[in-house]
Ligand binder design. Structure first.
Ligand code: C5P
Length: 207
């Protein structure tokens, strides 16, 4: 019997939400976590699709890479590919808001002005609505306070199988920091690891 190849969809990096053609709001996500996860899954022999916001990382080989900029572009690609995969790992740092409009030309305002932001779609919430029984979804929660409490709320709201909760410390290079894996059955695992060690832990605990 030929076993079916596992298909994994990974999101990575920040999103950019444009104010005008050259200015945007974003965040300092490097995309490294998602690229490490995608690379690890490829090395396990899985089919990997990586939906990536703007990063400076080299294009990974053997992985289908789709580049996007805004949260809405990211959502469009995730909704397109999700029905074809067994597992979605959403490590992208999606901007929660975007400017209510993108100006067509470079703004030349010199006085004080107010930028109106509106909420972006919650990609995980929307994708969980089309989730089938045999599919799994993993999310991340970067928290500055009440780490576990906030992560559990997100796990429930977004109907995830697993959420990985951490603090900003996790984003330093090469140093160990606390990471919690919180499962939908209430199990919580705590690790002190470098981000390079996380992909192995995710795949051994979710598949
Ligand atoms: O930003 P937040 O802490 O709520 O992110 C938690 C999870 O939700 C992450 O996995 C992130 O990729 C995802 N997310 C999303 N759509 C958003 C914001 C976050 O899918 N608009």
């Amino acid at each position: 019997m030929v076993s079916k190849k596992i298909k994994v969809l990974v999101s990575a990096g920040p999103t950019r939400e444009y104010i005008d053609p050259i200015r945007f709001i974003s965040n300092p996500s490097t995309g490294k976590m998602g690229y490490l996860i995608a690379e690890y899954a490829k090395n396990l022999g899985y089919d990997v699709i990586l939906i990536s916001g703007p990063t400076n990382l080299p294009i990974p080989s053997g992985i289908k890479l789709i580049k996007v900029e805004s949260a809405r572009e990211m959502q469009k690609e995730i909704v397109k590919y999700f029905p074809k995969v067994d597992l979605l790992i959403m490590s992208a740092a999606v901007s929660d808001w975007r400017p209510y409009r993108k100006y067509r030309n470079k703004l030349k305002i010199k006085k004080e002005w107010k930028l109106k932001l509106i909420p972006n779609p919650d990609i995980l919430k929307n994708v969980s609505k089309i989730k089938k029984k045999n599919q799994k979804i993993v999310g991340f929660a970067l928290e500055t306070e009440n780490i576990i409490e906030n992560a559990i709320r997100k796990l429930k709201e977004k109907k995830l199988d697993l959420i990985i909760a951490n603090t900003q410390d996790f984003f330093g290079e090469g140093k160990k920091s606390k990471v919690y894996l919180i499962f939908k059955d209430g199990k919580i695992l705590k690790f002190k690891i470098k981000k390079e060690e996380l992909p192995k832990i995710i795949f051994t605990s979710i598949l």
